[in-house]
Design a protein around this ligand. Sequence first.
Ligand code: UDX
Length: 480
Amino acid sequence: MVKICCIGAGYVGGPTMAVIALKCPDIEVAVVDISVPRINAWNSDQLPIYEPGLEDVVKQCRGKNLFFSTDVEKHVCEADIVFVSVNTPTKTRGLGAGKAADLTYWESAARMIADVSKSDKIVVEKSTVPVKTAEAIEKILTHNSKGINFQILSNPEFLAEGTAIEDLFKPDRVLIGGRETPEGQKAIKTLKDVYAHWVPEENIITTNLWSAELSKLAANAFLAQRISSVNAMSALCEATGANVTEVSYAIGKDTRIGSKFLNPSVGFGGSCFQKDILNLVYICECNGLPEVAEYWRQVIKINDYQKSRFVNRIVASMFNTVSNKKIAVLGFAFKKDTGDTRETPAIDVCKGLLGDKARLSIYDPQVTEDQIQRDLSMNKFDWDHPLHLQPMSPSTVKQVSVVWDAYVATKDAHGVCILTEWNEFKTLDYQKIYDNMQKPAFIFDGRNVVDAEKLREIGFIVYSIGKPLDAWLKDMPAVA
Ligand code: UDX
């Protein structure tokens, strides 16, 4: 029986291994992590992450061929294939701060693998890493190998949160990069055989190591670039009276462009896009390509611009001040169907509003109060982020309340901002919300989820990203 061990029981490691266990009953899969609460949660009825369909998959295999454990060394030692799916945050200090990936966790994982191994192993990079990381990892492993053969593969994961199980069941492609040596090719074949249990062969792409590593960064950069492109268009649409939804539809009909990922928003978030682009920018700079670096940096600049633009629009339309006004924030997660808040645009928007002394009442169906308070008080690395200035002072924190009901959040509010596209926000009783709000009552829809016309009939002043502005908003232009 092939044994797989995955170091890191996070958003990628957990669901990916659960699906491998489900689809490969002949393989034993152990997911290990040093965090005891995290592993306990994976072994309980309350999984540590919210992902549609995940619980079902875990329940079918847990205790049979899927195990969650903190005994990292034992499982690594026993495994034939070791996936490494640990955090690679952006460095906040030292060389490359704000751009380069922090490989501390990766390096210690590699040293530990070398230390505890007694048999040959295939080591698989699962977390997104800078190009040529595999080479560095290979060096650590071979210099500490004690005669053991380690083969390094890059097998980036393309799943998106909220649809992880669906994406893992039917991936557009599986990408495996390895050395072009006979041993490298043999390792590729071993991993390919795992995926071939359920992924059609023609969808399993094999490349060299660097192509696989770079493809992951490139895929995320292209996806983020599409969003920044449509968001840039949304600003132009508002200025000219065009409707961004119509523009997106019209251009998406061109099969060369395609219709997916053209939804305007208050900005993209999530753990990958910004981090991977910053990483790409750094790699370009290190390779003497400042023009290419600048090109990709613009994708993040537009994303930051979109968030500031949204805040400016709110403040400008409410008579240029939100000081002491209650603003309801509906949605805090970076997208619907996840409780994840990493890099969520809500953080910047809330900080921008708090900077103008608003009182915020925040509701998200999946994000806890603790998480929101932590996100808002954290001092983020200031990479050119106009809104990420200082950590919030205790008095600012008092301006934030987190509630468990959209109606409580909106009661007596002057304005409502929709920052995540949760389905339930489409069907709220907006008449009731309007009746309980201060007047004029504003809705700023950062995800274009509400029916603006219907809300206008109720009496709201509505701002929808990239849509023609109502007379009120036209009269109150946002000053940049
Ligand atoms: C992304 C990639 O899609 C995935 O392949 C990769 O493995 C990890 O990064 P994820 O971050 O989970 O996945 O979510 P995704 O659905 O890509 O959305 C990212 C952000 O872009 C979200 O904030 C989302 O709301 C936003 N978005 C997405 C838009 O603003 N408009 C769109 O049209 C699509």
